[in-house]
Design a protein around this ligand. Structure first.
Ligand code: KG4
Ligand code: ZN
Length: 343
């Protein structure tokens, strides 16, 4: 921090899906603590996230997670400048737990409250380990709920170039994993088993969306996998999980790379980043790295721990919102379908 400017320390809370998380972030780029309590084991029993269970678990865990985040950062509440929280998009019951917690702490400790968009958080995760990264740049957000190709024009200023018309990329990974008997969460399991498979074994379709070349569609490839499995069963052909997984992974990552590079070329930006849970995928990262290298574009990605849901990314996004003057009132509410760039 330049001399004369006071540090801004933010306590951030994230509870939009199945991770209860809290983090303390200094000046938007320095993560002092990053506590994540995952419910994955619990939801694995049901093959996916059960919203009612997620909300209940958040309530059970949130106070402890926030306490741990403050303790690990060695920051008492008195030294915190603002309380940030994800208020959308996500599961409404899950979001409400974080929002209520943040409001209660902010009210009791007389701190400003800053509501953050979850996707903005994912994008901003790139600032944590890439200290030199500054807008403008292009970012592909690929998570369980979202697939957005975004132009980050400035801090807090986003233009959505393309989005999925149906399933999100992560959702497709989860559904295909379930179909081939790998279970939840699908992304990491498909990535793992793909290493033993042949990515060229089956030619799954790579959907193009006619009106907008930057939009995505993943329901077609998911149906193609289901049809392929049914076909194998009818013909009594053995189902090779690893080949299906590797071929599916290739079909999805190829489309993501093609669309992203089309945007990189059209917009002439020399910085490109990926974000969200699927950005943890090594095949996607390597493919993007090579494609960027070829075009002389700088490639950025967060470490896997900052790709999947966490509160540090919310603390980073909140810092720039805080600097821009954003303050929320006690009427801040959970908005399950909040759009990026909306207030
Ligand atoms: O960002 P995230 O934690 O939550 C949402 O905001 O949705 O993303 C979770 C998604 C899940 O669909 C999960 O299967 C996927 O990210 N995912 C992966 C990998 N790790 C997580 N997909 C592909 N490869 C991975 N290694
Ligand atoms: Zn997320």
């Amino acid at each position: 921090m330049e001399s004369g400017r006071k540090d801004v320390v933010i306590l951030a809370i994230e509870s939009s899906c199945d991770e209860t998380a809290a983090s303390v972030v200094r000046n938007g780029r320095e993560v002092l603590s990053n506590v994540i309590s995952s419910q994955i084991d619990l939801h694995t029993l049901y093959g996916g996230v059960v919203p009612e269970i997620a909300s209940r678990k958040h309530i059970e865990r949130i106070n402890q997670v926030v306490g741990e985040a403050l303790e690990e950062a060695q920051k008492p509440l008195a030294e915190i400048d603002a309380i940030a929280v994800t208020y959308g998009p996500g599961l409404v019951g899950a979001l409400l737990v974080g929002v209520a917690e943040a409001k209660a702490i902010a009210y009791a400790a007389r701190k400003p409250l800053v509501g953050v968009h979850h996707i903005e958080g994912h994008i901003n995760a790139n600032y944590i380990e890439n200290k030199e990264l500054e807008p403008p740049f292009l970012c592909l957000v690929v998570s369980g709920g979202h697939t957005h190709l975004v132009k980050v024009a400035d801090y807090g200023k986003y233009e959505i170039l393309g989005r999925t018309r149906d399933d999100a990329a992560g959702e497709a990974f989860d559904k295909v994993a379930r179909a081939i008997g790998l279970g939840y969460p699908g992304g990491p399991k498909i990535e793992k088993i793909s290493k033993e498979g042949n990515a060229d074994a089956i030619a799954f379709p790579k959907a193009k969306v006619a009106e907008n070349p930057y939009d995505f569609s993943f329901s077609g490839v998911k149906s193609a996998v289901l049809n392929y499995i049914n076909g194998c069963k009818m013909k009594n052909i053995p189902i090779v999980q690893a080949d299906i997984a590797a071929s599916f992974q290739k079909a999805v990552t190829d489309v993501l790379i093609e669309h992203a590079m089309m945007a990189v070329e059209e917009f002439g930006l020399h910085k490109f980043a990926i974000a969200g849970g699927v950005a943890a995928n090594r095949v996607l990262r390597e493919g993007m790295r090579k494609a960027c290298e070829k075009r002389d574009v700088e490639f950025y990605h967060p470490s896997p721990i900052f790709c999947t849901d966490n509160a540090a990314m919310i603390g980073v996004a909140a810092y720039y919102e805080y600097l821009a003057g954003r303050r929320d009132g006690w009427d801040l509410n959970a908005v399950p379908n909040l759009r990026l760039g909306e207030r």
